[in-house]
Write a protein that binds this ligand. Structure first.
Ligand code: HEM
Length: 238
């Protein structure tokens, strides 16, 4: 669980960094180019399959451990004292379940739609002298596959418009709320999960523990959830 968990943490850094292209004021050109690259470059496709397997392994092991814990103590404690543990460390199963539901719903909206759904198509024409870009929505009939080339000083890009899919989805207040709450759950899950993974690996030497705790709190439970939550909020208020 700790290895798959740390791998999922590293995915979050890459995913957040790539998604920052959503904030570029270019009608989605950079984001759509990035999405195409991430879904068509073979080494990244291999890592993606590792990612899907990690999500499954992490969830199955979590369920297995919860069942084992229940079997080890079939009668619940009469008094529920935290024994000094923080709330999130005692609720990792609930937080993880919320996150799993989030990931399933998130992947069906974007990942599934992008690969097999009805994502719209777009054509960008950028004048390389002036830097001005013209954006035109195109029909499925005009889209014969992703292209990116330069002709007569104009850079042409035709791609699926995943940016529009994201922007449209985040106009719905209940989806924005769902994302923000899921990021809150992720924050609590990671405040315990990140440092706990190092403990499991035995890498909790007193010399490194403050650094691990610092990264766990500031990067994984504050910066990254806020970064993700800012995306639906940005499109909602845009
Ligand atoms: C809230 C801001 C987020 C936005 C705007 C966003 C956007 C996207 C988009 C557009 C895709 C489809 C592109 C593709 O197939 O590569 C995607 C895929 C995915 N997202 Fe997110 N995402 C966000 C947060 C998250 C979070 C917090 C998680 C995990 C907890 C997550 C997990 C995933 C996974 C597992 C995939 C499939 C990746 C792959 O196929 O390699 N996303 N996301």
């Amino acid at each position: 669980m700790c290895l798959t968990g740390l791998f999922l943490c590293s995915f979050l850094i890459v995913h957040l960094t790539g998604n920052l292209a959503l904030f570029k004021n270019d009608e989605g050109l950079a984001f759509n180019q990035y999405a195409h690259f991430m879904t068509h470059f073979t080494p990244i496709k291999v890592v993606s399959y590792l990612l899907y397997s990690s999500i499954i392994v992490h969830s199955v092991f979590a369920l297995f451990i919860t069942i084992q814990n229940k079997k080890a103590r079939p009668v619940a404690y009469a008094q529920k004292s935290g024994n000094g543990s923080i709330w999130s460390s005692r609720n990792m199963g609930v937080l993880g379940t919320i996150l799993l539901l989030f990931i399933v719903s998130h992947m069906s909206s974007f990942w599934y739609e992008y690969h097999w759904g009805e994502t719209p198509y777009v054509k960008y024409e950028t004048d390389l002298n002036t830097g001005k870009t013209t954006t035109t929505e195109i029909s499925a009939a005009d889209y014969t596959g992703y292209v990116n080339y330069v002709t007569n000083g104009i850079e042409i890009t035709k791609s699926k418009n995943l940016y529009k899919e994201v922007a449209t989805e985040f106009k719905e207040w209940y989806l924005v709320l769902f994302y923000v709450l899921a990021m809150l759950a992720m924050s609590f899950h990671l405040v315990h999960g990140f440092s706990s993974a190092f403990q499991t690996l035995g890498w909790n030497h007193s010399k490194y523990k403050p650094l691990i705790n610092f990264i766990g709190v500031w990067v994984f439970s504050i910066l990254i959830p806020i970064g993700f939550a800012s995306m639906p909020l940005y499109f909602f208020f845009k």
